[in-house]
Design a protein around this ligand. Structure first.
Ligand code: EPZ
Length: 430
């Protein structure tokens, strides 16, 4: 079993380069199913969610070639069966994107209900609403969603709430439909825009991505491209918070500052200095952290994927802070782990109430989901003593080379392989 072991208290320094956005790459990999020619992604991060996505495509018959560590060539022309293997589909949330992509190409799709980080109820009713509006019938049998459509006809879809996944899935299903589709009340996240840009670079006709209303004119053919995905705003935000938490001074490279606006505003409210440059930011603190109130919202509001990280920072801010989670039902599993480290943080309905303390102390803790794991890394970097983080597979789903990147910033952090003395291990040795 692997753990991340950190000896905290080292102020981070130097520079770190951000990888491509996980939540853009995942739907873009699924979208290669729609392409009529080979596609090359220049900067595919080596993280387990993406590796898994490639395995799904490959298991369906696609020709996937690693041209270099991060450069991947996709040729999905040989795909014939519009079905994702059941067990693979249940492993993560992004499998839902195969519904839209397979429906868009084959007018048929079979994908198990998705899995993903346990953040409370995560239905796909809005995805199905879009597919139905385009002319697909959907059934659920044995945990697998099946979609069938004689043909897909452009339509009006009004989402009941902002949903990143449903907005992107509707685009995937509509991009080759007959006629015009109008999507209203859309998610506006940067990764929604990047998926639209990727498809448009292949010849799709998608207008308005990044606004409430997206218009799509169906096309017949999508040509091959070489595409570079936008940097990951959440990975960048995670390193920015880590610099603030350790009293460090770092440069975060390969970012789009506009995508970081709400994170920068929040950090400045807490007393962190952020200097913006064309494709990088400098982050450092010059005094005590200040308590504040933060509420997660759909883009351009403060991102839910940064909620565990900013809450962790506020555990060291004098006074009372309140962080309210408006997007997911339950995204505070990290709080009990932070209490092991001396944080004064308590869940109260949709919010956490945080009383700043002078310091955190290292302890053995466990990640419960991707961003909770990132929060524990940040806490460990600031804590006095040693922190051992288990269940790091959650962290590896979304952070490329996190141990190397933090080591490069001066952190005392390493990946440790421990023997799992569980029953079956002892039996084997008996
Ligand atoms: C995407 O999840 C991201 N995952 C999440 O990132 C991110 O937190 C989320 O968007 C919000 O930004 C991927 O892109 C793989 P939603 P998604 O549909 O698409 C409800 C991370 O840490 N909803 O915008 O599942 C839903 O339950 C991960 O990188 C419905 O009710 O998020 C949630 O409460 C975690 N019905 C809210 O809407 C639906 O049909 C927002 O969900 C769809 C969603």
């Amino acid at each position: 079993m692997e753990k991340i072991v950190i000896r905290g208290g080292v102020p981070l320094s130097g520079s770190v380069t951000i990888s491509a956005a996980k939540n853009a790459v995942l739907p873009i990999v699924a979208a290669t199913i729609l392409c009529d020619e080979p596609v090359v992604l220049e900067n595919c991060p080596q993280i387990s969610d993406i590796t898994f996505c490639l395995k799904i495509l490959s298991s369906m018959g696609a020709d996937i070639r690693m041209l270099s560590k991060n450069k991947v060539r996709f040729d999905t022309r040989s795909l014939r069966i519009p079905k994702v293997p059941y067990e693979m589909a249940t492993a993560f949330r992004a499998s839902s994107y195969f519904l839209g992509a397979l429906l868009g190409r084959f007018h048929e799709a079979h994908v198990a209900m998705p899995g993903g980080c346990d953040l409370g109820d995560r239905p796909i009713d809005q995805h199905l609403k879009a597919f139905t509006a385009l002319g697909a019938e959907n059934t659920l049998d044995g945990g697998e969603v099946s979609l069938y459509a004689d043909k897909l006809i452009g339509s009006l879809v009004y989402f009941d709430m902002n949903s990143v996944g449903a907005t992107i899935n509707a685009i995937l299903a509509a991009v080759k439909a007959d006629g015009y589709t109008v999507l209203e009340n859309c998610a506006k996240e940067p990764h929604v825009v990047d998926v639209a840009n990727f498809l448009n670079s292949m010849g799709a006709e998608i207008m308005g991505a990044g606004t409430d209303t997206i218009k799509i004119k169906g096309v017949k053919y999508l040509k091959g491209v070489e595409y570079s995905v936008i940097p990951d705003q959440i990975e960048a935000g995670t390193y920015m918070v880590a610099a603030a938490m350790t009293g460090g001074d770092i440069i975060v490279k390969n970012v789009i500052p506009k995508h970081l606006e709400s994170i920068i505003v929040a950090l400045r409210k807490i007393g962190v200095t952020v200097e913006e440059f064309d494709d990088s930011v400098r982050v450092y603190t010059t005094g005590d952290l200040r308590n504040t109130k933060i509420r997660t919202m759909a883009h351009p509001g403060f991102p839910t994927d940064m909620q565990p990280q900013i809450s962790t920072l506020l555990t060291l801010a004098k006074g009372t802070s309140i962080v309210t989670e408006e997007i997911f039902d339950s995204r505070f599993a990290y709080a009990k782990e932070l209490r092991r480290m001396g944080a004064n943080i308590n869940v109260n309905g949709k919010a956490v109430c945080i009383e700043g303390v002078d310091k955190l102390s290292g302890a053995p803790v466990n990640a419960s989901d991707l961003r909770a794991g990132a929060a524990l890394v940040i806490a460990g970097l600031a804590a006095e003593g040693t922190t051992e983080i288990g269940n790091i597979h959650f962290i590896e789903r979304g952070y490329e080379n996190i141990v190397e990147k933090f080591s490069g910033l001066g952190a005392n952090i390493k990946l440790v392989h421990t023997i799992d003395y569980s029953d079956n291990e002892i039996k084997k040795n008996a």
